[in-house]
Design a protein around this ligand. Structure first.
Ligand SMILES: NC(=O)c1ccc[n+]([C@@H]2O[C@H](COP(=O)([O-])OP(=O)(O)OC[C@H]3O[C@@H](n4cnc5c(N)ncnc54)[C@H](O)[C@@H]3O)[C@@H](O)[C@H]2O)c1
Ligand SMILES: CC(C)C[C@H](N)C(=O)O
Length: 364
């Protein structure tokens, strides 16, 4: 990988490699764009096949956060961290504290939170070293685990997408195929079950599947069967790149709306599903509930205020669908347009320097 060429192509600002021999920390912090404010994005811990795969993931996810934060109307830029390692075996206190010191060294350019493989307890350890961390324990007056809030946002966004496809946003009686029933999707399934939807679920973790079967009367299928099941809505809530050349021909759903980041393997797959008439709720618009919730900590966390903002995901999905129709483009492009236009507007409106003692970083 020619790193600077890649950074230039997608206009990344900064990449930081963090190494701490004693704790085994190997982390990559990628900061994509700070036009709107400090870069906020979670920390993923994962066993990558190669260092290059880890760098690519950090970069791709950081850019996604720029778009997610912009589309959600947050005054935050985009960044992300990946820690190379197995979250079940390789974690220790020193690792997260060493990582916290690296974040502190960035002096507020990057603020972290949870992502796949990291937990509230990990954020609390980071918090021992820096204030530039969110998603920490409610005991600190903070918002805690963002997953249930992400799930609520996905539920609301799914309803907006359903309204476009079925003429009503009621999910009662709809069959919804949920791929992965982890932290977010378990809570999503609860909302869907309460509204009277029929659930089909899969996961590589059999216990997670069993819980959804017992609690929500879900029907279980094998992981590779989820794409082809008869359903109204397909909700990808596990991995990225699941909308691809192999899966698209199998999909029977009229709506794709789920929590996973980077669902389209390539942009061309967004074009294909658009041509098929599938209503696609762009991933970073529908799954912004978690980041909206943790970002509220920067103002002194208020759950009511945060949930009010999460509700706007319904309107944001409506807005994206409206732009897509107006401009005759797929929804993924409409979402990019919405985010890019906001960043551009803010960039242009900041032509004068004015010291601002009330900047969000001064309020903590
Ligand atoms: N947690 C959040 O607040 C949040 C916010 C925004 C986006 N997301 C994204 O949503 C997705 C889910 O996040 P999460 O926090 O629930 O993660 P999680 O790790 O708790 O859940 C993911 C689930 O997917 C399952 N899975 C993995 N590979 C699978 C496969 N091939 N087939 C079926 N199931 C498989 C895992 O066993 C796990 O149960 C991720 O892509 C994450 O990046 C999460
Ligand atoms: C809670 C958030 C800051 C990060 C979350 N994992 C996301 O992808 O949106």
């Amino acid at each position: 990988m020619e790193i600077f060429k890649y950074l230039e192509q997608y206009d990344y600002e900064q990449v930081v490699f963090c190494q701490d021999k004693q704790s085994g920390l190997k982390a990559i912090i990628a900061i994509h764009d700070t036009t709107l404010g400090p870069a906020l994005g979670g920390t993923r811990m994962w066993t990558y096949a190669s260092e290059e795969a880890a760098i690519e993931d950090a970069l791709r996810l950081a850019k996604g956060m720029t778009y997610k934060n912009a589309a959600a109307g947050l005054n935050l830029g985009g960044g992300k961290t990946v820690i190379i390692g197995d979250p079940r075996k390789d974690k220790n206190e020193e690792m997260f504290r060493a990582f916290g010191r690296y974040i502190q060294g960035l002096n507020g350019r990057y603020i972290t939170a949870e992502d796949v493989g990291t937990t509230v307890a990990d954020m609390d350890l980071i918090h021992e070293e820096t204030d530039y961390v969110t998603g920490i324990s409610p005991a600190f007056g903070s918002s805690g685990n963002p997953s249930p809030v992400t799930a609520y946002g996905v539920y609301r966004g799914m309803k907006a997408a359903a309204k476009e496809a079925f003429g009503t946003d009621s999910l009662e009686g709809k069959t919804i195929a949920v791929q992965g029933v982890g932290n977010v999707a378990y809570n999503l399934c609860r909302h869907l079950h309460e509204e009277g939807a029929q659930l089909i679920v899969t996961d590589i973790n059999k216990e997670a599947v069993q819980r959804a079967v017992e609690e929500f009367g879900a029907k279980a299928v094998e992981p590779d069967e989820i794409y082809s099941v008869d359903c109204d809505i397909y909700a990808p809530c596990a991995l990225g790149a699941v909308i691809n050349d192999e899966t698209i021909p199998q999909i029977k759903a009229k709506v794709i709306a789920g929590a996973a980041n980077n669902q389209l393997k390539d942009t061309k797959h967004g074009d294909i599903i658009h041509e098929m008439g599938i209503v696609y709720a762009p991933d970073y618009v529908i799954n912004a509930g978690g980041v909206i919730n943790v970002a509220d900590e920067l103002y002194g966390y208020n759950a009511e205020r945060a949930m009010k903002k999460v509700e706007t995901i319904y309107n944001n999905i409506e807005k994206v669908i409206e732009i897509a129709k107006r401009d005759g483009i797929p929804t993924y492009k409409a979402a990019d347009r919405m985010a890019e236009e906001r960043i551009e507007r803010m960039r242009n409106s900041r032509s004068q320097f004015l010291q601002n003692g009330h900047h969000i970083l001064s309020r903590r």
